[in-house]
Design a protein around this ligand. Structure first.
Ligand SMILES: Cc1ncc(COP(=O)(O)O)c(C=O)c1O
Length: 384
């Protein structure tokens, strides 16, 4: 199927152009070959969740004076769903952790979210089911200040919640990213709290990403005001030195990534690596053996160059490759030990009965990840 303009217009969290593979959704009929530019979320055959209701995309309306639009006063999540063609099941990844983070973001932003974590999980599963995706997808829940007023503040305002979902294929170059250290510093906890996923804070990411792209890099690495390594424009960062993986701690103004947590656990349990949270200097980027970025959008993205200096041998490293393989297997439900991280969407799939994953309403999603530490490196080899 040709990629239509409505698909090309969609850009990932990190600003990169996505490779959309929409087998399920046909483009709207075009007159005289004029490309249809209707955004996916506004199509009548797409269902979105707005103000407590599932409605067709073309009926979803948000006012032009909406506070969050003017002032960035909203917080959101980015969640992925992975289609497994063998089990004919769509797995939503770590919904509980995403919604716990959304609740925390809302507490910081003075937004009262009208749904519990379990209710959000149930709404999410129902939304994806109504859209009938049988391919990888992405979800964007958004809690925001909805009043149509002029006046910048967080108190005494009305809060609303919406969510859309779209098909999403892989998009990050697996051949390795060339990164540049940004001249834009990461927002500080006392400026715009980085641990909350606040809409307005993404202007900081946008500045960094734009500078990186315009300077010929693929991605930006941002430093804190003190000059320590913080994260990418929409990804956390890991460096390998010998047998040890290091990543900046929460106090370095990072978003506490769900993928970061996943990779830390997989590296320790499955591959037997030491993973340490510690302050990282800029020049450590130039001497690391391996570097990779993690995020829901980017997944696990190898970095092969920083500021024109090759990382290690300038090719994708062995540990990054191992983790990429493991991560890909976990998110698609191929490692039973990690099924508690997955919420299956379709109850009629054979997988939902056999893999021990959550009930489809998600209410039983496990708070803690799987038990049982793997003893030896490579013990969790991926089943293909
Ligand atoms: C600024 C920022 N840091 C890190 C991440 C990675 O977080 P996660 O792995 O939860 O997607 C993201 C992605 O949403 C992000 O926007």
């Amino acid at each position: 199927m040709a990629v239509g303009a409505w698909q090309r217009g969609l850009v990932a969290d990190d600003g990169s152009q996505c490779m959309w593979q929409c087998r399920h959704i046909e483009p709207l009929k075009l007159e005289n070959d004029v490309p249809d530019t209707t955004p996916l979320s506004q199509r009548p055959d797409m269902t979105v969740f707005l103000n407590g209701k599932y409605i067709p995309g073309d009926q979803a309306r948000v006012g032009v004076m909406t506070h969050a639009l003017s002032y960035g006063t909203g917080c959101f999540e980015g969640i992925r769903g992975y289609w497994n063609d063998q089990t004919k099941q769509l797995y939503l990844f770590r919904l509980r952790e995403h919604y716990e983070r959304l609740h925390n973001s809302c507490r910081i932003m003075n937004i009262s979210l009208p749904y519990s974590v379990d209710e959000l999980i149930a709404i999410t599963v129902e939304l994806v089911r109504r859209n009938g995706f049988r391919e990888n997808c992405y979800l964007r829940p958004f809690a925001y200040k909805s009043d149509e007023i002029i006046g910048v503040r967080l108190n005494d305002l009305t809060d609303h919640f919406m969510m859309f979902t779209i098909p999403m294929g892989d998009y990050v170059a697996t051949t390795g990213l060339r990164c540049g250290v940004s001249s834009w510093r990461r927002v500080d906890d006392n400026m715009i709290p980085a641990r909350a996923k606040i809409a307005g804070a993404y202007v900081n990411s946008a500045f960094a990403k734009t500078e990186a792209l315009q300077n010929g890099f693929d991605e930006a690495i941002m430093l804190t005001s003190e000059g320590h390594v913080s994260e990418g424009s929409a990804e956390n960062i890991f460096l390998r030195f010998g047998d040890e993986l290091v990543t900046p701690p929460p106090s370095e103004n990072i978003l506490l990534g769900v993928t970061r947590d996943t990779v830390m656990r997989l590296a320790q349990r499955e591959l037997g690596h030491v993973v340490r949270e510690r302050v990282i200097d800029r020049t450590e980027l130039y001497i690391a053996d391996e570097i990779f970025l993690t995020g829901t959008g980017a997944q696990l993205a190898p970095v092969i160059e920083v500021d024109h200096r090759p990382v290690g041998a300038g090719v994708i490293g062995a540990i990054t490759t191992d983790l990429l393989e493991l991560y890909g297997a976990v998110v698609r439900g191929k490692l039973a030990e990690y099924s508690d991280w997955l919420t299956p969407v379709y109850s009629d799939s054979p997988a939902s009965a056999t893999n021990g994953a959550h009930a489809t309403n998600g209410a039983k999603a496990a708070k803690t990840p799987p038990t049982g530490r793997r003893e030896a490196a490579g013990a969790g080899r991926v089943k293909k």
